[in-house]
Design a protein around this ligand. Sequence first.
Ligand code: ADP
Ligand code: MG
Length: 161
Amino acid sequence: MDSERYLTHSEKETIDLGRRFAERLHRGDCVTLFGDLGAGKTEFAKGICEHFRVSDIVSSPTYTIMNQYDGELPDGQPLQIYHIDLYRIKTSEELENVGFDDCMYAHNSIKLVEWAERAEQGLPSSRYAVNLRASADDDSERVVEITAIGMPEHTHLPLES
Ligand code: ADP
Ligand code: MG
């Protein structure tokens, strides 16, 4: 499976990367975000939301599990974005209780899932996986790897710099 790899050097660069990545997203797409606490998952999600003109403040939904934002597509059509953080989810029962499965079936909405590994088999078979990790010797550097899983070939095009 092909992955694209990017280096960012600041919070702003990660937000910009998320914004440019979002240009390829369509209604119904799911983006799963992986990486330790502080890796930059929420910053990347902010960039995606910026692309879709979300005016709410995008913050980590760690305590609420799920946030919902109103955005719009480039043609002005309204678009709902779910931003989910599964950090606190420990069991599949808890996952069910927060309505995760229903959310994954929201075919008209874009889904952003932090700590997606907590959902195991509950993730859609077609999705993007974004892995972020801090670089060993620079506090503000992140390695960002984007993989299209179960998606058509054209979704693998690298971002223009
Ligand atoms: P996560 O959601 O993965 O737990 P956040 O996106 O909430 O992480 O936080 C990332 C933190 O790391 C922020 O405080 C941000 O300012 C800082 N940071 C430093 N360098 C970067 C970078 N290159 N990309 C993203 N965040 C960065
Ligand atoms: Mg977060």
